[in-house]
Write a new protein. Structure first.
Length: 240
């Protein structure tokens, strides 16, 4: 019944936007952050909190440890899109989805075929020299054994947002506009506990807000529809 209603709203919506988090990619084998087997759990052996090890300050102070952890836990390059990614790409192809706004850095939405993807936290697939700004592909980090270096001697860093760093303003501004202009906002795979991304919901003025998440969020009371089923299963059933 819930998925039937979601399908009806998608088909009748004049402008649908999707906002997603780590839970969108867990069905592709990429761990989320805060679960028992999540990415933050892997930080324990480093004796540092995620807020420390994945911060801008720590990146500059101890890039050797940062890159060791980054390669082991965040540089996932062999994952494949799941039904949620493919469902969203299909909706865009049908002209039913205006944008995907994602907190993920894995690039799976693009791999599934989505074209208008707003990456709030950047992407593992883009890297650049902090000194000369030369762009590098993923192999520059994946194939380096220590701290990756540019030919100019500068350090190569991933184009991802670390703690203490602001979100890219142009991307956030476009995401804000998309949410404000949406008639249907679907939010999935996120606990809505990370700001400023979670704050995007405050800009929604449309007809229907749908939350798809296995656990309770602080925004459940605002939603017109809450679905607790796996997000891949939801899109398998709701996208025709």
């Amino acid at each position: 019944m819930e998925i039937t209603k979601l399908s009806e709203w998608i088909n009748s919506s004049s402008r649908t936007v999707f906002l997603g988090g780590a839970g969108v990619s867990t069905e592709s084998g990429i761990p989320d952050f805060r679960s028992e087997n999540g990415i933050f759990k892997a930080l324990e052996k480093y004796g540092r909190s995620p807020e420390t090890l994945l911060s801008h300050t720590y990146f500059e102070l101890r890039p050797d440890i940062f890159y060791r952890y980054y390669r082991e836990n965040l540089l996932v390059t062999d994952a494949e899109p799941n039904p949620a990614h493919y469902g969203l790409a299909k909706l865009e192809e049908r002209g039913k989805l205006s944008a995907v706004i994602t907190q993920n850095i894995d690039g799976l939405h693009q791999k599934a075929g989505s074209r208008h993807v707003l990456e709030l936290h950047g992407s593992i697939w883009r890297n650049y020299c902090v000194k000369c700004k030369k762009a590098y592909g993923i192999d520059a980090i994946r194939n380096s054994s220590e701290v990756p270096r540019c030919e100019c001697g500068g350090m190569i860093r991933p184009d991802v947002v670390l703690y203490e760093e602001p979100l890219p303003w142009d991307v956030f501004e476009e995401a804000e506009r998309e949410v404000r202009e949406a008639s249907l906002l679907i939010v999935g795979g996120t606990s809505l506990s990370v700001y400023p991304a979670a704050g995007l919901l405050e800009y929604f003025r449309g007809d229907h807000l749908v939350l798809i998440n296995r656990s309770v969020t602080a925004y459940d009371s605002m939603a017109d529809l809450v679905i607790r089923e796996p997000i891949g299963e939801v899109f398998s059933k709701s996208v025709c």
